[in-house]
Design a protein around this ligand. Structure first.
Ligand code: HEM
Length: 307
């Protein structure tokens, strides 16, 4: 199999940095970026050797709008703009950026060090758009208090869900990423009764039990997000979401990795546009998507060939 970026399918870590950047529109800046991207697999390897217990993963991904500057000849078949949507007062905006660095490990200090290293290498060629520090909260809970990630694909199935295969052979081993920063209204969320929160998720809060399918409301997040395709197979994504924030601004960095751009788009449509009978995802009444971006994370082999 083509060598892929390890962070695409690796299990969750305790600490993550999501850094988005815009690259200057000049041939020199594109050249600098090619050099930096080509060195990413070796940089990650160096950190993994020096700090074997840190489980470092450095995933780089190129924004849909910037892709043609970097690689005018070859484009991943399904790389297109983030699917902006709005309905019933819920809005999923498209806020394009050029580059994503998703740095994650067991150590906040090392994640910072990797970020500083890339920032240094890109000096004069890139502007920081956002830098969001995420942390594992309790037993992998979102700040709403519910365990997040339970129904993620497991074992070898993670690669089947998240990595492009021979259907797009030049980009095999790559992954489509959709990233959204959500800001939660925890004051409103914490005011509603536990039963209502559980009905909105379709799972229990303390012990994370799934409701029976027949007991899930049409507006439940897990109802709107679990879809079947035309052949009855589940429509799946691999989520690497993590909470972020402080006492004034907090929420979830939602990150979907997938072998195709379609599953995320279909699930988002189901959540926002609803079931055709006016039932959108009620979790979205307590959180706001403030960013939305589509990226492609090429295989390590593809990155190394950039120079
Ligand atoms: C499930 C939280 C946004 C897709 C879940 C679960 C939680 C959760 C707590 C249940 C446990 C689990 O299986 O992980 C959130 C929060 C969000 C958010 C707090 C935003 C603030 C999204 C978005 C998508 C999505 C934008 C995709 C477009 C899914 C999927 C499942 C899920 C596919 C599994 C459903 C199942 O098979 O039961 N989410 N989620 N989520 N979420 Fe989200």
């Amino acid at each position: 199999m083509t060598r892929f970026q390890s962070g695409v399918i690796a299990e969750a870590n305790a600490d993550a940095l999501f850094i988005t950047l815009n690259i200057n529109r000049s041939p020199e800046s594109a050249d600098c970026l090619r050099q930096v991207l080509a060195e990413v697999p070796a940089t990650e390897q160096g950190f993994r050797q020096r700090y074997p217990d840190a489980d470092m993963h450095i995933t780089v991904a190129i924004g849909s709008e910037y892709w043609d500057q970097l690689s005018p000849q070859q484009r991943p078949a399904q790389l297109r703009a983030f699917p902006a949507l709005s309905n019933d007062g819920i809005s999923m905006p498209h806020t394009p950026v050029d580059l994503l660095l998703h740095i994650r490990s067991e150590r906040h200090d090392l994640n910072y060090e990797v970020a500083a290293l890339f920032s240094e290498k890109l000096t004069g060629h890139a502007e920081l758009a956002e830098e969001v520090h995420c942390f594992r909260y309790l037993d992998s809970r979102d700040l709403t208090g519910f365990v997040d990630g339970t129904e993620n694909p497991e074992g070898d199935h993670r690669a089947e869900v998240a990595l492009v295969g021979e259907e797009d052979s030049v980009f095999a081993g790559g992954s489509y990423i959709h990233l959204q920063r959500y800001e939660h209204d925890l004051k409103a969320w914490n005011q509603i009764p536990l039963q209502q929160q559980e009905d909105i998720l379709g799972r229990t809060k303390a012990d994370n039990r799934e409701y029976a399918s027949a007991d899930k409301a049409a507006f439940a997040h897990t109802k709107r997000a679990s879809l079947k395709g035309s052949e009855g197979r589940s429509i799946e994504i691999l989520r690497h979401s993590m909470p972020y924030g402080n006492l004034t601004r907090r929420g979830l960095m939602f990150a979907a990795y997938c072998r195709s751009a379609e599953p995320f788009t279909k699930i988002l449509e189901s959540m926002v546009l609803g079931d055709g009978s006016g039932h959108h995802d009620h979790l979205m009444n307590f959180t706001t998507a403030v960013t939305g971006q589509a990226f492609f994370a090429p295989s390590s082999a593809w990155l190394e060939k950039l120079i």
